[in-house]
Design a protein around this ligand. Structure first.
Ligand code: ADP
Ligand code: MN
Ligand code: MN
Ligand code: MN
Length: 423
């Protein structure tokens, strides 16, 4: 549905009193957990159709209490894969416990109907899932697992949406460099209408940005339960989640995954997004990874800052290596921007702690640059760099693979930093 259609539809659904559309939400931001309505009384229907409203949690508890931890059939393995729209889908199978002994390599391949996800034709619909990483299942608990998979055709070719394959090959070619990634995932929570961010007045705007970033109190923080539930679920799963904070726009949050080594960064970030979707399903809150969910007014967008280092950068004197890498990143700026996420041009305007997407820049502690060198790295003369360009809906396999490939590439012309003689 085009954004304009959506606004018209929602305007029809809204009460006759002053209704002001607060957002232009793109197609990718419209990923939905509830049926979409374009007719009147949308909010009423949502309340009845969320899939939760008719479920009595105390009745469901009776079934959760059925003891299955030692049942002889085995455990439940939730196989997760990336779909054609940058979402994560999953389905479950029962597996004998013995299959878990050798991690992902010991798990069987499986398949799904790719014609139902826009990833295969109807007459040859099978997509093969290859298990790549296994985590504990924070929803089912016990010995049950979540399995991050990548996807192939029956002939063994990676699907066009399988960006993991080439990233994994890049990392495999440079294992000695021990690349680390710390990915800062920003996201925005909305009510189920997908129009009103959490904490915003319906049809209007909250007070200007300022008190919300890392804020506390009912007038400043909206959705902390979601953020914390997700944090705990990720810790239990075994993800390297390293922190979380409320963001600059009300209803917006961030968590960080890392440092992860090589391909693990993409695996863990994708799985963490899946867990967030599941948490939001429980809370009946809509989450979007769109980089600019609110375009009207002065509101920060959402990014996925990607912190990167190699062993040489972390070792004494690594700053030389960091600066060389930045020159290489600068030389391929346009190529990166094109691959760093859909809708990113709405965010990388040069305002709201971003650099204009048309110019490459870097500097120490400078949050208005494409690449930031942390002050600690300057002080220690080693450490890491922060690529601030990727958008919140980026594909972390593409971003991490591209950073790695670029930084392992040929030397590039010197670019002057935006500040600090040292950099
Ligand atoms: P910011 O100050 O930009 O908000 P955050 O604290 O949110 O930074 O995120 C920084 C991320 O960088 C964390 O995930 C952290 O684990 C990661 N990180 C720390 N050191 C390194 C390193 N040497 N290489 C790569 N990532 C790192
Ligand atoms: Mn951060
Ligand atoms: Mn942030
Ligand atoms: Mn950052």
């Amino acid at each position: 549905m085009a954004p304009s259609t959506l606004i018209v539809a929602l305007a029809l659904a809204a009460p006759a009193v002053a209704w002001v559309p607060t957002s232009v939400v793109s197609r990718s931001a419209m990923r939905t957990t509830a049926p979409r309505r374009t007719t009147a009384s949308m909010s009423l229907l949502l309340a009845q159709e969320t899939g939760k409203s008719a479920i009595d949690p105390t009745v469901f508890q009776k079934y959760l209490d059925i003891p299955i931890d030692d049942c002889k059939q085995g455990i439940m393995a939730e196989y997760c894969w990336i779909d054609a729209d940058g979402g994560v889908r999953s389905k479950t199978r029962t597996l004998p416990r013995s299959k878990l002994e050798n991690g992902a390599a010991g798990l069987p391949e499986w398949n799904y109907d790719g014609s139902s996800t826009g990833q295969a034709p109807g007459d040859d619909s099978e997509v093969i899932m290859i298990p790549r990483a296994v985590y504990r299942d924070p929803f089912r608990l016990g010995e049950n697992v979540l399995v991050m998979c990548d996807t192939q055709t029956p002939a063994g070719e990676p699907l066009p949406t399988n960006s993991r394959a080439s990233a994994a090959a890049t990392f495999a070619a440079h294992e000695d460099e021990v690349p680390w990634f710390g990915l800062e995932q920003e996201y925005t929570l909305f009510n189920l209408d997908q129009v009103t961010p959490l904490g915003w007045p319906k049809g209007g705007f909250p007070g200007p940005q300022g008190p919300y970033y890392c804020g506390a109190g009912p007038e400043n923080a909206f959705g902390r339960a979601v953020s914390d539930a997700h944090y705990r679920a990720c810790l239990f799963a075994g993800l390297k989640i390293s922190g979380t904070n409320a963001e600059v726009m009300p209803g917006q949050w961030e968590y960080q995954v890392g440092p992860c080594v090589g391909i693990e960064g993409g695996d863990e970030l994708w799985l963490s997004r899946y867990i967030l979707q599941r948490v939001c399903e429980d809370f009946q809150v809509h989450v979007t990874f769109h980089p600019k969910p609110i375009t009207k007014g002065d509101w920060n967008g959402a990014g996925c800052h990607s912190n990167f280092s190699t062993k040489k950068m972390r070792d004494a004197g690594g700053m030389t290596e960091i600066v060389k890498a930045i020159h290489k990143l600068g030389a391929r700026h346009a190529e990166h921007i094109a691959a760093y996420g859909e809708g990113n041009e709405l965010r990388l305007t040069g305002k709201f702690e971003t650099a204009d997407m048309n110019t490459f820049s870097y500097g120490v502690a400078n949050r208005g640059c494409s690449i930031r060198i942390p002050r600690t790295a300057e002080a220690d003369d080693c450490g890491y760099l922060e690529d601030r360009r990727p958008s919140s809906n980026c594909d972390p396999y593409i971003v991490t693979g591209m950073i790695m490939e670029t930084c392992m590439g040929p030397e590039a012309p010197v670019i002057e930093p935006q500040n600090a003689a040292k950099a």
